[in-house]
Design a binder for this molecule. Structure first.
Ligand code: PMP
Length: 374
């Protein structure tokens, strides 16, 4: 199997699996229980919390565990809307957010909030456009760090700086799912008050995410119950998945730079291989994240090509895996439309991807372009 769909999900690493098994066997207590078994489970949760906080250069008290980034994004947006929305109504967002942000914004709009979506100009987001879209009525700005469909790196730091210069009280949120453990993600240096992360995108397994909440930023809970996570996210903690996410972050944190270099050279090699195939266009910007490459396959419909490659046990994605069959509006925001959008494929790598795998993929793609009808 050649797995080139790591933006959809990643294979859990050995350390994550071991940490989960350990938590399910020796640490199976409920962290809320007052006896020793409960304390042991609580220690596992707090250990993972500390590791993740360290990777962000943050204090442990700012880390809140959730079920995944979809929940983190919902909590950030709905929670901030509940905290600040009585007096202020405007939210400013990028026009290329993941569905878990975009659909939440659409739902908030139905509740009476005003959402201003800022688009890129000539394929580039401009910090000043976000600052200009803010007014006295704005309480939240949300901008993802790395776009999951194209790898485009959004100017989060510049934007949040520009916004806060005009309106220091605005809360800033960044969905850093596709950046975490690939680029340095430091909320303080990004100027982000809220940051969403996902365990399964960093080899940590599915079922755990994080919302970083800066001290002083207010987010009201969207799930009520036993007041776990200081009341911000009730529900018995998924200790094994939290342990797994912590273990994965611990393994990956020291190698962010070396893996980035390795994946950058893989991407250059892939670019070279693709340049030899008639009709293939690269949709991702050259200065995007090397982990994600969006291409168009000579007008051949994405799904047909995806299944052609699948028969050769090569797994890629069409656009975004989260939009399953539904066409996403994100490529159009970057000027990718018509046949070019209909034939878009997303190839997403890890540092473990090999050059041989890329050669095999490119060869299969060439054959696919020659053999499939449309
Ligand atoms: N944001 C981005 C940018 C993503 O790529 C994804 C996953 N496709 C999510 C949020 C949702 O994360 P999760 O699967 O953990 O709910």
């Amino acid at each position: 199997m050649i797995y080139l769909d790591n933006a959809a999900t990643t294979k859990p690493c050995k350390e994550a699996v071991e940490a989960a098994v350990n938590a399910m066997t020796s640490g199976f207590g409920n962290p809320s229980s007052l006896h020793r078994a409960g304390l042991d489970a609580q220690l596992i949760v707090d250990g993972a919390r500390r590791i993740i906080a360290d990777t962000l250069g943050a204090d442990s008290s700012c880390i809140y565990f959730t079920s995944g980034a979809t929940e983190s994004n919902n909590l950030a947006l709905r929670g901030a809307a509940a905290a600040y929305g009585r007096r202020k109504k405007r939210i400013v967002a990028s026009s290329v957010e993941h569905a878990s942000v975009e659909e939440t914004l659409a739902s908030l709009e139905k509740q009476g909030f005003e959402v201003v979506r800022v688009s890129p100009v000539d394929g580039r987001f401009r910090a000043a456009d976000f600052a200009a879209a803010c007014n006295e009525d704005t309480f939240l700005v949300t901008m993802m760090y790395v776009n999951n469909e194209t790898g485009y790196i959004l100017p989060v730091k510049e934007t949040f700086t520009a916004v806060k210069r005009r309106f220091p009280d605005i809360i800033t949120h960044s969905d850093c799912v596709q950046a975490y453990m690939k680029l340095p993600v430091k909320p303080a240096s990004l100027g982000a008050d809220l940051v969403s992360l996902s365990g399964h995108k960093i080899h940590g397994g599915k079922g755990c995410g994080v919302l970083y909440i800066k001290k002083g930023a207010r987010v009201l809970p969207i799930i009520t119950g036993g007041k776990q996570e200081k009341g911000i996210r009730s529900g018995t903690e998924p200790v094994p998945m939290i342990a797994a996410m912590g273990a994965a972050a611990e393994v990956l944190a020291p190698t962010i730079d070396s893996r980035f270099e390795r994946v950058s050279s893989l991407r250059s090699r892939l670019t070279e291989l693709l340049s030899g195939i008639e009709g293939v266009e690269i949709n991702s910007p050259e200065d995007g994240s090397p982990y994600v490459m969006n291409i168009s396959a000579a007008g051949k419909r994405s799904e047909i090509m995806l299944h052609y490659l699948e028969q050769r046990e090569i797994y890629v994605s069409s656009g975004s895996a989260c939009s399953k069959g539904q066409q996403s509006g994100v490529p159009a925001q970057f000027g990718i439309t018509g046949k070019r959008a209909d034939s878009a494929l997303r190839i997403s790598m890890t540092a473990e991807t090999t050059e041989e795998e890329l050669v095999t993929f490119a060869e299969a793609l060439r054959e696919g372009i020659e053999n499939v009808r449309g």
